[in-house]
Structures are given as structure tokens and as C-alpha cells.
Design a binder for this molecule. Structure first.
Ligand SMILES: Nc1ncnc2c1ncn2[C@@H]1O[C@H](COP(=O)(O)OP(=O)(O)OP(=O)(O)O)[C@@H](O)[C@H]1O
Ligand code: SF4
Ligand SMILES: [Mg+2]
Length: 339
């Protein structure tokens, strides 16, 4: 596999918006999303429940229902996917971009054996024989550290543990050797031991095959183990984006600082109550002309009634990421704002 030049993003998203009809007019589930995914990179996307993470992955895959309007641009290797024909999308989907759906149990059909579910797509997309597809499925399951793959292939989803079902979903997405794997909360429903196993398997897979990943979760702790870069979402927008190490060390958005502050740490005394970000995210469809985080933000001030746009988080070092916030004081100041 030959690495591609850094300037050519594998996936390039500009101004992506997802709008669905509501009782009082169109409701925006996502707005003004800009993202780039480089070859072999793992981009983490984090945010609270309902902020639009799943909507974003579905929009990248072109999996919207008919009454949903998409705006902006999603380019894969330079080719525009928004508005592409159904035939073209069907070719890209599964083969070049593959999605591991949220919720491993309901994403699998309970009435079909694992082998049928794993091989159907690859047989249709790649024209593989039943035997070749079965062999590929068994090899993938083995590479994801599932024991007795031949037996597992003959089983039904309910006969597998949660961790195995999650790995089956990952293997299924890899059947056509995609360039980009979109993972929607692949570790959320798993206990911490199995979670660590799935993360190790994904890291190993990436090192071996070079597949690029977008890893969605609500847990910054999980992303620390796998992401090169992290985008933080709030109320359907990206509010901060930076290299993972930089974002963890120097968050530039009060919401990111709050998420980090509410993460348990190894050196936290056992009797310490974990802190939370007070308040709730805005309900779906709520319209606000200013910063959507303002009702929960300890730094909210007059200017925050105007929408903050993404800007360089650090004027001297633009590579240090982008942030959508009117606060322009020292980054260290954000450490103290959460009790
Ligand atoms: N089919 C739909 N029709 C109307 N609204 C929807 C639909 N699907 C999602 N939404 C709304 O869009 C918003 C974003 O939902 P989404 O599922 O993308 O959130 P999420 O960040 O993935 O949350 P979670 O962490 O719980 O999976 C939510 O407010 C949700 O209620
Ligand atoms: S723009 Fe204002 S309200 Fe929004 S996060 Fe920044 S400081 Fe807080
Ligand atoms: Mg989701």
C-alpha cells in the first residue's frame, strides 16, 4: 500500500448540513460541518447523545431517507458523493466506505446466520463465489481474534456475546476491503475488558491494512487510545478540532474542557464525586442565533449571542486546530472554569 500525499484528503467534507421537515419548517440536525480525513488516519468524533454523530456518519454514507435535505459537499478521493447517482453510491458504499452501525445487536438480522450476513454484500459487490466469500469471512473473523470462526459463521447473532457481535460487525464492514471504516460507537455497549480488546483489534487492523477510520463515541477516554485527531461536536456542529495530544493537553473550547474535566483519572481519589457539565444540550430543532452552548457555559458573555465560527485555535500555530468560541483568553484559563 503506497501512502498518498498529505494534501490529498481521502475524504473531504465542506459545509455539510442535514435538514429534515419539522412542524414549524425545516429542522437542522447538522450544520456547517467541515472535516478532512487523511489516508491511514483515525479521526475521532465525540459529543453528547443527540449531538448528531450518527446523522453525520449516515450523511457520509448517503443513507438518508427521501424527505431529508442535504447541503454542502462530501468528496471521496476528489469525487463528489452528495447528489451522486444511486448506482454510483451503491458502488462506493460498502466497497470504499463501510459503516459499522451503532448497536451491535440490532444491526444484525436475528433470523440469519452470521455467514449469510457477512458474505451477502461481498458476493454482490465483488462477484465472489459462495466458497470464496465464506473463506474470506472466516479469515477476517480469525484476524479479529474470534475463536472457532467456522463454527461462529454457522451460528445466529443471539448465540454470540456482545463483544463477538461487535467484532462480527467490524469484520462484515471489512469484507470488501474498504479505504475508510466509519465506526459508530463500536465500544459503547461493551464492558471495559472487551472494550479494550476491540480497541486493540482496531489498532492492529489499522497498522496491518492502513484503513482510515472515523471513530464516533461519547467517550474521550476511548478516543485517547486510538484517535490521531479529534473533532468535538455540540448541537449539530463541530466546535473544536485538533490533534488528539494537543486537544487533551490544551482544550480551547469550554465544552471540550468540561468533557475532559468529567473524565475519571487514575489519580482521582476514590471518594471524589465525578463532575458533570450542568444543564442539558438543546433539544432537537431548537434554533439559536448565538452559541448553542451559552446556557451551560461559565464563560458566556455578551458576544456569545452571535454565532462563533470555526477559527484557528492558535494564531501562531494554525496546525494546532480550530475552535468555534468567542473566548480568546489563555488556554490555561479554561482549566479552572469547571468546579
Ligand atoms: N429519523 C429521525 N427523524 C427525526 N429526527 C431524528 C431522526 N434521527 C435522529 N434525529 C434527531 O437528530 C439528532 C441527532 O441524532 P443522532 O442520532 O445523530 O445523535 P447521536 O449524537 O448519534 O446520539 P447518540 O450518542 O445517542 O447515538 C437528535 O436530536 C435526534 O433526535
Ligand atoms: S462562544 Fe461564548 S458561550 Fe459559547 S462556548 Fe465560547 S465563551 Fe462559551
Ligand atoms: Mg448515535
Amino acid at each position: 500500500m503506497s501512502p498518498e500525499p498529505r494534501h490529498q484528503a481521502l475524504l473531504s467534507v465542506r459545509g455539510l448540513g442535514v435538514f429534515r421537515p419539522g412542524p414549524g419548517g425545516e429542522v437542522a440536525a447538522l450544520r456547517d460541518i467541515d472535516l478532512d480525513l487523511q489516508p491511514q488516519e483515525c479521526l475521532g468524533i465525540v459529543g453528547e447523545s443527540g449531538c448528531g454523530k450518527t446523522q453525520l456518519l449516515h450523511a457520509l454514507m448517503g443513507l438518508q431517507s427521501g424527505n431529508v435535505r442535504l447541503a454542502g459537499s462530501v468528496r471521496f478521493r476528489g469525487e463528489e458523493l452528495l447528489g451522486a447517482s444511486a448506482q454510483r453510491l451503491a458502488l462506493v458504499r460498502g466497497r470504499r466506505l463501510a459503516l459499522v452501525f451503532q448497536d451491535a445487536l440490532s444491526a444484525l438480522n436475528p433470523y440469519l446466520r452470521i455467514a449469510t450476513q457477512m458474505t451477502e454484500g461481498a458476493r454482490a459487490q465483488l462477484g465472489l463465489s459462495r466458497r470464496a466469500a465464506w473463506q474470506r469471512a472466516a479469515t477476517l473473523l480469525e484476524s479479529l481474534q474470534i475463536d472457532a470462526p467456522a463454527r461462529r459463521l454457522r451460528q445466529y447473532p443471539h448465540e454470540l456475546s456482545g463483544g463477538m457481535r461487535q467484532r462480527v460487525l467490524i469484520a462484515m464492514a471489512l469484507m470488501c476491503e474498504p479505504d475508510v471504516l466509519l465506526l459508530d460507537e463500536p465500544t459503547t455497549a461493551l464492558d471495559v475488558t472487551v472494550q479494550a480488546q476491540v480497541l486493540a483489534v482496531l489498532r492492529e487492523l489499522r497498522a496491518r491494512s492502513g484503513v482510515a477510520m472515523i471513530f464516533v463515541t461519547h467517550d474521550l477516554g476511548v478516543l485517547a487510545a486510538i484517535a490521531d485527531r479529534v473533532a468535538v461536536m455540540y448541537a449539530g456542529r463541530i466546535v473544536e478540532q485538533a490533534a488528539a495530544a494537543h486537544l487533551y493537553a490544551t482544550p480551547r473550547h469550554p465544552y471540550t474542557a468540561g468533557l475532559l474535566h468529567s473524565m475519571p483519572r487514575l489519580d482521582t481519589p476514590l471518594d471524589t464525586r465525578l463532575s458533570t457539565i450542568p444543564g442539558q444540550p438543546p433539544r432537537s430543532g431548537a434554533t439559536s442565533t448565538g452559541c448553542a452552548f451559552a446556557p451551560r457555559c461559565p464563560l458566556a458573555h455578551e458576544r456569545c449571542t452571535q454565532l462563533p465560527v470555526l477559527r484557528c485555535a492558535d494564531n501562531q500555530f494554525p496546525a494546532n486546530g480550530t475552535v468555534a468560541c468567542h473566548y480568546d483568553g489563555p488556554a490555561q484559563g479554561l482549566r479552572e472554569i469547571w468546579p
